[in-house]
Structure formats: structure tokens, C-alpha cells
Design a binder for this molecule. Structure first.
Ligand code: PGA
Ligand code: ZN
Length: 424
């Protein structure tokens, strides 16, 4: 049984306040988790509760932390922690809103994850093992950012994430080795051409590019400079995060001074897919452009992974709807979009039930918390996205993956044929 729930204010990778929760069980086992925070958020996400006012730009979380130490601690006292769903249902009904705005999505996800950690601690096993039980599990294939743009880099380029996936990697460790070389190569090329302007929110280079396509070309160069075959060894993955610059069927590419309608946006992306070794595109169209998402999926969905993030917001009902209408073929799984562990798993299960892929993902505002690595492994997600290959809030996750790989026995990435790009 839960005997104590404690919340405290800690700081995230953007230097903003966030919520940490600790759940302690009768036997003394304790679990701890920290809420992450997004910058390019879907309108259907669970809402973080922030204090407003002037301190820390209005982003303080003392009311959320207060909810953990007050109402939530009271409601969970004495509750059987063996069942995550019981704990999460209490949190959901205590909050009482559809978007968790009363207590705060940040308070609720921290407590929900901390309860999962406490259960694992009581059982004396790592969280991934506690979630997997006796099922055989493996490591997810990493998706790693080279360049940051959009809301994470003052819109220097419109596309938010230029990433690589080491599709030819044999093991998790191998995929990190390959990505490390590509990341280094990309930095060297940028520096050589005087186009390096720092790092963006997720640790990817903040490039001084004039067009989105310049980043695509440079990614191919970096893959080659690192000694790999673009497409075969290392491929490109994009998060367009189109809701950030697209609305009501218009897409404004600020950097290129172009204003596209939905059809033209689809055509632009199809052109990129044609010319570059791209295997995955997230949020290709805006969350309010379902017709565009359907059209793009129809045109490109065979052999290309199309991930819904803002459009699906880790919501099982939305995933099932996306499947029914034929928009996207994979879901991004962010626990704090759903708000509880149970709802997060429901979205992932809904994806898997219809043959969709699931990519467990961090947020742009992160911490040393590595829960998502355990969720990905324990739930059998085949991919993991946590940002770049620098900064310890990112590397903490990759390094945790190496520890898990060692425990499981690496050599255990999902077979290439199980990904959209491997089926052809
Ligand atoms: P966010 O971005 O965490 O800032 O929302 C990540 C993403 O869009 O995948
Ligand atoms: Zn996204």
C-alpha cells in the first residue's frame, strides 16, 4: 500500500521549474519520477499547471507541487499500489477535468510514473522488467536528432527535428556508435562552413541554414563523411511539427518565405521523400489538417513511417480514429501528453493492435529521469526518440538503454522487416 506521496519543485533542461514526485510503499520501497515539458504541444494534450505571474516567466509549478503534497497524497494514502490502473483512475477522477488542468498534467504524470517505479522497487526489479513480466523483450531502435529547428531553435528553419535512424545497426549499442560518428561529422561540416550557431533545445546543432532542404543535403553528407551508406546504414527521419507553422490548411515556411496550401505541402514532402533517404516523417501536416494527413499517408504510407504526434497526442481513441480514416501509420508515445501511465499504455496498445508502430518519446524539456527507456523496453515499443546525442538529459536515456541492453543481452533490436522501411 502507498504510505507516502511527496512532491518537490526541481528544474528541467531549459532551466524551468518542473514537478518531481516520490511514492513510498508500506514496505519502504520508494519510486521517483520527474515530469518533462513540451514546447511544441498538441492542443489535445494533458495540460501542465503553471502558476502564472512574473516569477520564472509565469512557469513556476508551486500549485502543482502543492497538489501532489495535498490532495493527491491524501487520495492515494493506503491505496493498493500493485495495480497501476487503480492508482491512475484515482488520479483521473480526483482531477475531474478532461485535460488534467485542475491538478496539472505535470503533477499527475510524475505521481503516476513514481507509483510504477515504487512497484518495481518493491519487487526488486528494474521498471522495464516489472512492466514486461515474463515476456521476452528487446531494445528499441533509436531515432536521434542532428539539427534542431522550429520552436526549439527560434525557427531558424521551419522543420523541427532533422534526425537519423541507424537502420543498419545490429544492436542498440551499435546504433549509438553509428549515430555518434554521424553527429560528429555533421558538426565538423557545419563548423567548416561557418554555419554552426550553437545547439537547440534538444541538443542538436542549431544550424545557420537558409532552407529546410539545406539540412537534408547536409545530413546525407554527414552520413557519408562518417563512412556510412545513406539509406542502407543510416537513414533520415524528420519531425516536421507542422502544427507550429500550419493552420486552416495554410503552411507558412517563414525561412523560405513560402506560403503553401495543404496539397502543396504534401507535394513538397513527397519531393523530399523522393530525393533523400527519408524513412520516417512525424506530423507532416498540422493537427487540424486531417484531410492532408490522409492524403499524405495514402501517397507515401507504404515504406515510409508516418508518425502522429500533435494529431494523436498519445490518446488511444485518437489512435483508433486515425487508423479508421487512414491518417498516419505510427504513433508518438509521450507519457505526459496522456497524463498517466495507464492511458499512455492504452495508446501504445491501440497502435500495436492494428499493426501500427509506436515510438516512445521524450519532450524538449527533459531531466535526468529515464522512465521512458523502461516503458519502451517493458511495453515492446520498437523505437525510442529522446533528442540529440549530446546533453546529459538526453545521454542519460541512451546510457540507460545501454545498461538495459547489457541486462537483456544486446543483439536484440527488432528485425529490419518489422519496420515500414524494411518491408519493401
Ligand atoms: P516538444 O517537441 O516536446 O517540444 O513538444 C517534441 C516533438 O514535437 O516531438
Ligand atoms: Zn513531434
Amino acid at each position: 500500500d502507498i504510505v507516502k506521496v511527496h512532491g518537490r519543485r526541481v528544474w528541467d533542461s531549459r532551466g524551468r521549474p518542473t514537478v518531481e514526485a516520490e511514492v513510498t510503499l508500506a514496505g519502504g520501497a520508494m519510486g521517483r519520477a520527474i515530469a518533462p515539458a513540451g514546447a511544441s504541444m498538441g492542443s489535445g494534450e494533458a495540460v501542465d499547471r503553471r502558476d502564472g505571474g512574473t516569477a520564472f516567466g509565469g512557469l513556476d509549478v508551486t500549485m502543482s507541487v502543492g497538489a501532489v503534497n495535498g490532495e493527491i497524497a491524501e487520495a492515494l494514502y493506503g491505496v493498493d499500489s500493485e495495480d497501476q490502473e487503480t492508482v491512475d483512475n484515482i488520479l483521473i477522477s480526483l482531477d475531474g477535468t478532461s485535460n488534467k488542468s485542475r491538478l496539472g498534467g505535470n503533477a499527475i504524470i510524475a505521481v503516476s510514473l513514481a507509483a510504477a517505479h515504487a512497484r518495481a522497487a518493491a519487487a526488486g526489479v528494474p521498471l522495464w522488467k516489472s512492466l514486461a513480466g515474463d515476456r521476452k523483450v528487446g531494445l528499441p531502435l533509436p531515432e536521434i536528432q542532428l539539427f534542431g529547428g522550429g520552436a526549439h531553435a527560434a525557427r531558424r528553419v521551419d522543420v523541427q527535428d532533422f534526425m537519423v535512424i541507424a537502420v543498419g545497426a545490429k544492436t542498440f549499442a551499435d546504433s549509438l556508435d553509428m549515430t555518434a560518428e554521424v553527429y560528429r561529422a555533421a558538426g565538423a561540416i557545419l563548423a567548416e562552413r561557418g554555419k554552426l550557431a550553437g545547439v537547440a533545445d534538444e541538443g542538436g546543432y542549431w544550424p545557420d541554414f537558409d532552407t529546410n532542404e539545406e539540412a537534408l543535403g547536409l545530413t546525407v553528407e554527414a552520413i557519408e563523411k562518417a563512412g556510412y551508406l545513406p539509406g542502407d546504414d543510416v537513414a533520415i527521419s524528420l519531425d516536421i511539427a507542422a502544427s507550429e507553422f500550419g493552420k486552416d490548411g495554410r503552411y507558412r515556411l517563414a525561412r523560405e518565405s513560402r506560403d503553401l496550401d495543404s496539397d502543396a505541402m504534401v507535394a513538397l514532402l513527397l519531393g523530399w521523400v523522393e530525393r533523400y533517404p527519408i524513412v520516417s516523417i512525424e506530423d507532416p501536416l498540422a493537427e487540424d489538417d486531417e484531410a492532408g494527413l490522409i492524403a499524405f499517408t495514402k501517397a507515401a504510407g507504404k515504406g515510409l513511417q508516418i508518425i502522429g504526434d500533435d494529431y494523436l497526442v498519445t490518446n488511444a481513441d485518437r489512435v483508433r480514429h486515425g487508423q479508421a480514416v487512414g491518417a498516419c501509420n505510427a504513433v508518438l508515445v509521450k507519457p505526459n501528453q496522456a497524463g498517466t501511465v495507464t492511458e499512455t499504455k492504452a495508446a501504445l496498445d491501440a497502435a500495436h493492435a492494428d499493426g501500427w508502430g509506436a515510438v516512445v518519446s521524450a519532450r524538449s524539456g527533459e531531466t535526468e529521469d529515464v522512465s521512458i527507456v523502461h516503458l519502451a523496453v517493458g511495453w515492446g515499443a520498437t523505437q525510442l526518440k529522446v533528442g540529440s546525442f549530446t546533453r546529459s538529459e538526453r545521454m542519460a536515456k541512451w546510457n540507460e538503454g545501454l545498461r538495459v541492453a547489457e541486462a537483456i543481452g544486446d543483439g536484440d533490436l527488432p528485425p529490419r522487416a518489422s519496420f515500414p522501411w524494411g518491408a519493401a
